[in-house]
Design a protein around this ligand. Structure first.
Ligand SMILES: NC(=O)c1ccc[n+]([C@@H]2O[C@H](COP(=O)([O-])OP(=O)(O)OC[C@H]3O[C@@H](n4cnc5c(N)ncnc54)[C@H](O)[C@@H]3O)[C@@H](O)[C@H]2O)c1
Length: 297
């Protein structure tokens, strides 16, 4: 694997490019927006750009690639049109991976009349050059061997891929986030806590443990010697009570306004760029600390 096509060079495409260039791969990038090449080059502050080529035509990018990572807008019609071009141009053995946050790979592959078996979702987390997770999702017609190759490729560039057995809207991690957001928004709507206090509850509470271990192993550890079996027996029944009280919100304009005002109040006086820099510095330190602990799963 030497050349990756990055199709769509917005937030996610630029970050993938940074990762691939940092691993010494050749990158052929494409994006139809005026000024896209300049924006990409200025976003790639920390990556070597001598292996970066920008082309106007997505077909040309796909024809030159050993692996295609698509990052266009999250719209079915756009993905269909784009995958038709990529499928036509790429060698038949080349994996076509979409970064889509929630579309089903079977739906994306409807744009590929020739080789739908090489279409997968390879969903990263923002920013993909830092966050290790990639969800590899097969569609109904995806060949198992294509999933194997996508997993091997992402592993080779330092990612931590997981393989879904079947496609569902939003994949796994975004569904988990969506469940949390629903209850967080509901708690704000019910006036139980402010936006800032809910952010504190996660960022200085369970979020610290979630960054180290997943929800199941964390729960197992909170059961002491009895482990998860004890926790489920002991705290399972009250948890079922809480489930019955969880909110189901609708994103009305009023609720959206309340949430945005809450974040504005929380971040009053904070510079967004400084916040991103601080987040990335802590993420890097955390990833290094995790890598130094062989006992972590
Ligand atoms: N932003 C996130 O947190 C995030 C995380 C994971 C996955 N994703 C997914 O990544 C994809 C890109 O999201 P983003 O946040 O980078 O969006 P973005 O708006 O920042 O970038 C999209 C880019 O696609 C370009 N584009 C438009 N039409 C195109 C075409 N026909 N061919 C190629 N490029 C085209 C646009 O010019 C733009 O630069 C989406 O599918 C999204 O669901 C986003």
């Amino acid at each position: 694997m030497t050349t990756v096509a990055i199709v769509g060079t917005g937030v996610i495409g630029a970050s993938w490019a940074e990762l691939f260039l940092g691993h010494g791969l050749d990158v052929v990038a494409t994006d139809p927006a005026p000024g896209a090449e300049e924006r990409l080059r200025s976003a790639l502050e920390d990556a070597p750009t001598d292996r970066l080529r920008f082309v106007a035509d997505p077909g040309e990018a796909a024809a030159a690639a050993d692996f295609v990572q698509e990052n266009g807008p999250e719209r079915e019609d756009v993905k269909h049109a784009l995958f038709a071009v990529l499928d036509e141009a790429a060698r038949p053995d080349v994996v076509l991976a979409s970064s889509s946050s929630g579309l089903l790979p079977s739906v994306i592959a409807q744009g590929c009349p020739k080789h739908p078996e090489r279409v997968v979702v390879g969903h990263p987390f923002n920013p993909p050059h830092l966050i290790p997770l990639v969800e590899v999702v097969p569609g109904r017609r995806t060949a198992p061997e294509v999933v194997d190759r996508a997993v091997a490729f992402y592993t080779s560039v330092g990612k931590r891929p997981i393989r879904l057995a079947q496609e569902v809207p939003g994949h796994v991690a975004n569904r988990l986030q969506a469940a949390l957001w629903q209850e967080a928004y509901s708690l704000v709507e019910r006036g139980v806590a402010t936006v800032a206090d809910i952010d504190t509850a996660i960022a200085y509470g369970p979020g610290l443990r979630w960054a180290v271990l997943g929800p199941f192993v964390n729960q197992h550890l909170s059961g002491g010697a009895g482990g998860l079996a004890h926790v489920l027996a002991h705290l399972g029944p009250p948890t079922e009570e809480w489930w019955r009280d969880l909110g189901r919100v609708h994103l009305t304009p009023e609720l959206a306004e309340t949430l945005v005002a809450g974040v504005d109040a929380e971040l009053a006086g904070t510079d967004d760029r400084a916040l991103v820099t601080a987040r990335d510095a802590v993420l890097n330190a955390l990833l290094a600390a995790k890598a130094a602990q062989p006992d972590l799963p």
